[in-house]
Design a protein around this ligand. Sequence first.
Ligand code: SAM
Length: 171
Amino acid sequence: MIKVLRLGHRRGRDDRISTHVGLTARQWGADEVVFSGEKDSKMLESQRDIIDRWGGNTDIRYTEDWRSEIRDFEGLKVHLTMYGLKIDKEVEGLKSRFEDGEDLLVVVGSEKVPRWVYHNVDYNISVGNQPHSEIAALAVFMDRIIGLEEDFEGADVFVRPSKDQKLTRKN
Ligand code: SAM
């Protein structure tokens, strides 16, 4: 089981980024994506609509109490931050814990992540020690640990991969 927690959503300003965090988490196999910060029902609904159409069982929800999401999670807790340990050094250990059956929580931030997070996860992991993006960090981390999810149950629409056309088929 993989849960992604997105901290500090700001309505209006972060709509696209938060939506892309959710869709990226789903594409790499997250079972659940939890958003905290400002409650934004429209942003959550738009992701649910995409999932309804494109399939899969990723659950999208909001919490005010992000600390409990971390504190109460039973499994491996990883926070992605430019200040963390290098992914290249830690990835094999993390991957084998996940493959041995531990659930995985991946936390990404937005503007400033409270220190509490750094001290209440098992690992702070960097994808390069330079500032970039929660979407990029999440995609790279998930790809190294899990790989792409290709099977989205119950989809209404599918892409037919093509060299030069935009092809879809409906169920
Ligand atoms: N100073 C921030 C930090 O602590 O990484 C950068 C803020 S960035 C706009 C928002 C989020 O992107 C961060 O909270 C973190 O989850 C992720 N992020 C950005 N750069 C990263 C990196 N090099 N490695 C891992 N995660 C990163």
